[in-house]
Design a protein around this ligand. Structure first.
Ligand SMILES: Cc1cc2nc3c(=O)[nH]c(=O)nc-3n(C[C@H](O)[C@H](O)[C@H](O)COP(=O)(O)O)c2cc1C
Length: 482
């Protein structure tokens, strides 16, 4: 399954909005992606992009249900299936040709002529690749490594790559020590499984195309690049081939990053030597600091943490990133004694840099419901006995409040035990509820309330934080009037 086949699947599942009005790559597409992410939560396809014949897809994996669709399972089976398949390794297969090679540009390379690279946020310095998977080879061992790195378009054929994490930071260091250029292939528009595999944590030296093969259940087909010795997926939409100059660093940024603040740095530069793309490609956008970041980072954490935690604490039911604060991790568990949540908190706060705060809740608390989490804080958490503070622990490089040290950025971290004491009567801590029967009874009034809410919104009396309501407009009426 390639990206196009996945988009067709989303269409069939009615999980795709099509925008037919012409829109610009500069800010406009990003603003609509943001709105769709915060309202219907669907993927969004921009059919007419000003100045380009290429459609743009956004919010591809901004909801977990779409990753479940890519794996071909129901959403509630996602973690189990993903954990199972991600352990398999199937080696990629070299093929002579692929759809990626339908158009090849080797002369007068001009990135923005071929690729509708987006400018996302108000203060972004220029167009940025944010969904590109950069593939390279270890200059000594020849092993393949890859990752998602933000990439700034600096000129017709020049980009700057934000290399902060291995494996490409290591490859570049090795190449520079040898006085050599590092060859990089910047791949945009992968199928969702290969895309997710490209950032799955693996031991150094592991080829993530083997992980992608495991997720697919068959070998990923690779083709040779034209001007560099790197292999890339034959079914990708775009590949930019480049050479990173040894020793050179330039100012790169600002770019609105996944933590929600702007970042800049001194980063290496690559000259693009060739571009390959499909005859009718789709460009994959990725809005940082959106649901898509939360899904990508959350799933990785969930899968990697869940099993290691469960081995020691079998009462753990789920581990999930907070939808509204992606540095907060929520662990739901049936504790065996009153000390167990503190042990779990210490473990999660020290094992994942992006986790800055964590909360343990009982099994009756829905981690997806902010009201239930607030309830647990208000009624089950006692600050003096339930707080865990850990100092100087490895933190996200994107947290501006963290402190730089010789060994990297560190932060203090906070854990909250919001579980009820085991000895206390359960009823004292029970959350008030309406019966199912009464909920069904009240539902009959829903339509009237939606109309009232729409009126109130027109009147300006609905607050910003009120929950978005389902559309009040009748779809048939909408289609007829468009
Ligand atoms: C959406 C997204 C964007 C990322 N952007 C960057 C980046 O700009 N620079 C960087 O060094 N790592 C970035 N990362 C992380 C790396 O792609 C990835 O974590 C790294 O390859 C992990 O390699 P390792 O597991 O071998 O350490 C990003 C990850 C995601 C999911």
């Amino acid at each position: 399954m390639d990206l196009k086949a996945f988009v067709a699947k989303l269409d069939k599942a009615r999980d795709l909005v099509r925008i037919k009005r012409p829109v610009s790559t500069k800010y406009e597409i990003a603003a609509i992606i943001d709105l769709v992410d915060k309202t219907t939560g669907q993927a969004v396809l921009f059919e007419r992009v000003r100045g380009y014949g290429t459609p743009v897809i956004g919010n591809l994996l901004s909801h977990r249900r779409r990753f479940a669709l890519a794996l071909g399972v129901a959403e509630d089976a996602l973690r189990k299936e993903y954990s199972k398949r991600v352990k398999r390794r199937i080696k990629p297969k070299l093929v002579a040709r692929g759809p990626l090679m339908e158009t090849i540009v080797e002369r007068d390379v001009n990135i923005l002529k071929e690729v509708p690279v987006l400018t996302y946020r108000e203060r972004d310095a220029s167009p940025y690749f944010s969904s590109a998977v950069t593939v390279a080879r270890d200059p000594v061992t020849g092993a393949t490594g890859m990752g998602i790195y933000r990439i700034q378009v600096r000129g017709r054929n020049e980009v700057s790559l934000n290399f902060q994490n291995p494996p490409l930071t290591d490859f570049l260091r090795t190449a520079e020590a040898m006085g050599k250029e590092l060859e990089v292939a910047i791949v945009v528009g992968l199928d969702p499984l290969t895309f997710v595999a490209s950032v799955f944590p693996v031991p150094p030296g592991t080829d993530r195309f083997d992980v992608a093969g495991g997720l697919h259940g068959k070998a990923v087909e690779l083709v040779k690049c034209r001007t560099i010795g790197v292999l890339v997926p034959a079914g990708a939409e775009f590949v930019l081939e480049g050479r990173v100059k040894p020793g050179l660093r330039v100012h790169e940024g600002p770019f609105g990053e996944s933590g929600g603040t702007y970042h800049e740095g001194r980063n290496p530069v690559a000259t693009i030597t060739a571009i390959m793309h499909r005859k009718k490609p789709i460009y994959q956008a990725l809005l940082s600091y959106s649901g898509e970041d939360t899904t990508l980072l959350g799933l990785l954490l969930e899968v990697t943490l869940f099993e290691s935690l469960r081995a020691e604490h079998p009462g753990i039911i789920s581990v999930a990133l907070d939808k509204f604060n992606r540095s907060n991790l929520i662990v739901r568990m049936r504790k065996k004694d009153n000390g167990e949540p503190r042990k779990v908190l210490k473990q999660v706060l020290t094992s994942a840099p992006i986790v800055k705060t964590a909360m343990v809740v009982d099994e009756d608390i829905d981690p997806d419901d902010p009201c239930a989490l607030g309830f647990a804080m208000g009624t089950r958490f006692q600050p003096k006995r339930g707080t865990v503070v850990i100092d100087e622990t490895r933190s996200s490089s994107l947290d501006p409040s963290a402190v730089s040290t010789k060994s990297g950025r560190v932060s203090s971290k906070l854990g909250i035990d919001a579980t009820r004491p085991l000895a206390a009567p359960k009823e004292k801590f029970e959350m008030v509820r309406m019966s199912k029967k009464m909920k069904a009874f009240a539902k009959a009034f829903e339509k009237q309330l939606k109309v009232e809410a729409a009126r109130a919104r027109l009147h300006g009396s609905v607050r910003r934080y009120d929950r978005p309501l389902d559309p009040v407009i009748d779809p048939a009426e909408w289609d007829a009037n468009r």
